[in-house]
Design a protein around this ligand. Structure first.
Ligand code: ADP
Ligand code: ASP
Ligand code: MG
Length: 406
């Protein structure tokens, strides 16, 4: 009996070694036996991508982005081939493809490319032939035949985009935890599994550091209403549904706490206080492909001011080089780098209608003797930059304070 199409994505931890790859093969085959058509997206084995990045930086601290994509895309190519072989061993038909082979066409922004379109004809043809189709996550190809990657965690995006393109019933994301929790269960054992969460809350949590889903994949899922089911690849239990709306009797003020240690802070000291200075710094950074996050400029009495901002650590060396160049041009003083920071955030749609949430957050950090270096807020989140070593303590304290613990 034909039950329709499901896209399943298995993350790096789910295919970290051969016995895990065999476990994935069994899971996939079980679904196939039930009568589903299957498109399976796989990430690179375990920490392969991190290892490849490290290797590249040993050769060149600022590797060309095109070559980076050439290198990183190899990780996923290994996984798809091995999974296909494991499925064959179980007596089922499967065929593996790279992103380029299945027509995932992207723009030319290497290492963070955007999908322009997907020519899914090849996938449809192989599904018709009764095969399980396995696609390398995280990668695409430009119209010029250059290989691109979709940003860290990009296999999630591959899966969601294919689910949309193929009108899948569901996009299942298999990982090493049982779903989306109120905070990272590896930091707080008392974190609770959330059974349903909205795209908006998940997007905010992902953007603020909950790496369980790539933020961009949630943007696409929200835009096209793709239902996502995040679950464990080691258990049969259902996990978390990510959906448009969750009906709750009352707003939950804070639904999750996140921690991000992937940012670094850059401070430009004694910037002359005149119009156009900030514009110059941030325009040059954006032309260099650096996205800047939190920005703080203090009030100056002396007509000089400090400007601090955060960037992703992966772009720190380039960001620092560009900032130093501008600092000289605008006659500012030193440019300082701080890699010893973490961002702790609380997220919840209910925040909009509840005053006093920020005060409660700051109070809780103060009680734990954690100093706040920067603050930023959005409609549904509040973030503080603190010292990295206090990150986990802050998460546990806030998780408790907002009543999220089991
Ligand atoms: P995969 O290899 O499957 O892509 P990731 O390492 O990218 O897995 O994401 C899963 C990890 O995300 C979990 O092991 C967990 O430590 C972390 N994580 C962070 N925040 C959360 C959260 N709120 N809920 C669940 N997992 C989270
Ligand atoms: N392997 C890639 C990464 O580690 C993509 C992914 O895992 O989703 O970022
Ligand atoms: Mg991931």
């Amino acid at each position: 009996m034909h039950k329709g199409l499901i896209v399943q994505k298995f993350g790096g931890s789910s295919v970290a070694n051969l016995s895990r790859i065999q476990n994935v093969a069994r899971r996939v085959v079980n679904y196939s036996k039930k009568g589903y058509d299957l498109v399976v997206v796989v990430s690179a084995l375990g920490d392969t991508t991190d290892e490849l990045i490290e290797l590249a930086h040993k050769i060149n601290p600022e590797p060309a982005e095109r070559e980076m994509d050439m290198l990183l895309s190899t990780g996923e190519q290994i996984s798809v081939a091995l999974l296909a072989m494991a499925i064959h061993k179980l007596g089922y038909e499967a065929i593996s493809f790279t992103g380029a082979q299945v027509g995932i066409i992207t723009d030319t922004s290497h290492t963070r490319a955007r999908i322009l379109k997907i020519n899914a004809d090849k996938i449809k043809e192989e599904l018709k032939n009764g095969k399980i189709v396995i696609v390398a996550g995280f990668q695409g190809v430009t119209l010029n035949q250059d290989i691109t990657t979709l940003g860290r965690g990009g296999s999630d995006l591959t899966a969601v985009a294919l689910a949309k393109e193929l009108c899948a019933r569901e996009c299942q994301i298999y990982t090493d935890v049982a779903g989306i929790y109120t905070t990272d269960p590896h930091i707080e054992r008392r974190a609770k599994k959330i059974s349903r969460i909205t795209y908006d809350e998940m997007l905010e949590m992902a953007s603020l550091g909950a790496q369980v889903m790539q933020a961009r994949s949630i943007e696409v899922a929200k835009k096209f209403n793709v239902p996502i089911h995040v679950r464990s690849s080691f258990s049969k239990k259902s996990g978390t549904m990510i959906v448009r709306e969750v009906k709750r009797m009352e707003d939950v003020v804070v639904s999750g706490v996140t921690l991000n240690k992937k940012e670094a802070k850059i401070t430009v000291c004694n910037v002359p206080d005149r119009p156009g200075v900030a514009a110059k710094i941030f325009k040059e950074l954006s032309s260099g492909g650096i996205s800047v996050d939190m920005i703080v400029q203090n009030v100056s009495h002396t007509r000089q001011t400090d400007i601090s901002f955060t960037v992703n650590k992966s772009g720190l060396s380039k960001a620092s080089r560009i900032t130093k160049k501008i600092a000289r041009q605008i006659q500012a003083d030193d440019v300082l780098e701080d890699q010893d920071i973490a961002r702790v955030s609380i997220v919840g749609v209910g925040m909009k209608s509840h005053p006093g949430v920020a005060a409660k957050m700051f109070e809780s950090l103060a009680k734990n003797k954690i100093n706040i270096e920067m603050i930023s807020t959005s409609d549904i989140s509040i973030s503080c930059i603190i010292k990295k070593k206090s990150g986990e303590t802050a998460v546990r304290a806030l998780h408790e304070k907002f009543g999220l613990a089991k």
